[in-house]
Write a protein that binds this ligand. Structure first.
Ligand SMILES: NC(=O)c1ccc[n+]([C@@H]2O[C@H](COP(=O)([O-])OP(=O)(O)OC[C@H]3O[C@@H](n4cnc5c(N)ncnc54)[C@H](O)[C@@H]3O)[C@@H](O)[C@H]2O)c1
Ligand SMILES: [Zn+2]
Length: 340
């Protein structure tokens, strides 16, 4: 097992990679603990949970709402939970985001921790202190920055995760390597097949390396004023694809990374060989790299995106594999690359 620390303004957090779900009780110090989880995760793993009260939420983005938050507040009041209660979220990114938000607001804030159970939540959603819910159809509109006391990542629970969810996690993993660490990128090229086969040592190494990269970036810029924007690599365009085509987040980010790599090449920041390495690695993880499509609605969505200032957009580009830079590009430059 390995431990990584986040030292943020909103708190200190310890992340344990390689710990088992069934050992969670040893992190709880005999406090009143309430677990928040979803129906799927409870179905697979409730027997391994610490023995305490469990609140279940439904599954899907439609459950990540203020109504769900209210329902949890009500149950906490019925349980007479006071400021000493500890909330433990066991589940994917949706459960973690809801748990963090409830814990940050119930009685002006109580302590909380996460046991993320999807690859995406282990390498991304549980790390960095962003919590929140959707509102009026907008994703993550309402929330706060707050660090969980601990995050316990058990890679063995990924065995029951649907393939599609696993692949979404790998998109964020490729992103981490592409923006920050060429050696890690090379490791992924060599070990993609083993990672997809959930080989324990490889999986643990990958979760660890990705958490370290995200943690380093968050430690330097917790509230996303500069450095943290690098984590948006593939996401500016990816979000627009996700919104307009309905492909999954991971697939959209994969296509977004290809577009960002090609934009970088058009500015002579990346060689065509490096662009091909990025595409090839995504393909090894069964992610889409084909970016030919009807771009007009995507570009329209992007032009309305909040990251736009004036006629140009903040875009994360690469000046080599492992070296992200934030640049401004115009809609016209983007259209040129897309029409290639
Ligand atoms: N806070 C952040 O910094 C941050 C970062 C990235 C994403 N997010 C948020 O995370 C959410 C997406 O998270 P996600 O991809 O984990 O989705 P999710 O929470 O919806 O989980 C995906 C599906 O897998 C199921 N599941 C979870 N663990 C399982 C397991 N071990 N075995 C079988 N099934 C399992 C869930 O029930 C769900 O149906 C989004 O709402 C996104 O906004 C937050
Ligand atoms: Zn993402």
């Amino acid at each position: 097992m390995e431990k990584i620390e986040i030292q943020g303004n909103t708190g200190h957090s310890n992340i344990f990679v390689g710990e088992r779900l069934k050992n969670l009780a040893s992190y709880l110090h005999q406090r009143q603990v309430v677990i928040i989880t979803d129906d799927n995760v409870a179905g697979f793993y409730e027997k391994e949970f610490p023995k305490t009260h469990v609140i279940r939420v439904g599954t899907g983005e439609g459950c990540k709402t203020l109504e769900t938050v209210e329902r949890i507040y009500q149950q906490l009041i019925e349980l007479e939970a006071d400021r000493s209660v500890f909330l433990l979220g066991i589940g994917g990114g949706i459960v973690c985001d809801i748990t963090g938000f409830v814990a940050s607001t119930y009685l002006r804030g109580v302590e909380f921790g996460y046991a993320p159970t999807t690859l995406l939540s282990q390498v991304d959603a549980s790390v960095g202190g962003k919590t929140g819910v959707n509102f009026m159809g907008y994703k993550n509109m309402v929330g706060v920055f707050n660090q969980p006391e601990f995050v316990v990542c058990d890679p063995t629970v990924l065995a029951t995760l649907p393939r599609r969810e696993l692949v979404s996690g790998f998109a964020e993993i490729v992103k981490h390597a592409a923006i920050a660490d060429e050696l890690y990128f090379t490791y992924l090229e060599k070990n993609a097949a083993k990672a997809l086969a959930l080989e324990p040592e490889v999986l643990q190494q990958i979760i660890y390396d990705s958490v370290v990269i995200k943690t380093d970036i968050v430690n330097r810029d917790e509230t996303e004023k500069g450095e943290r924007r690098k984590l948006n690599f593939g996401h500016t365009f990816g979000h627009a694809i996700e919104k307009t085509t309905g492909v999954s987040h991971g697939e959209a980010v994969s296509m977004g990374m290809v577009v960002a790599a090609e934009l970088s090449a058009s500015k002579n920041m990346l060689t065509s060989n490096e662009v091909n390495r990025i595409k090839h690695l995504l393909q090894l993880f069964k992610l889409p790299t084909e970016t030919r499509m009807d771009y007009d609605p995507v570009v329209d969505a992007l032009a309305r995106d909040k990251k736009r200032e004036g006629s140009s957009i903040h875009f994360v580009l690469l000046a080599g594999i492992g070296r992200a830079v934030i640049d401004r590009i115009t809609i016209a430059e983007l259209e040129n690359v897309l029409k290639g």
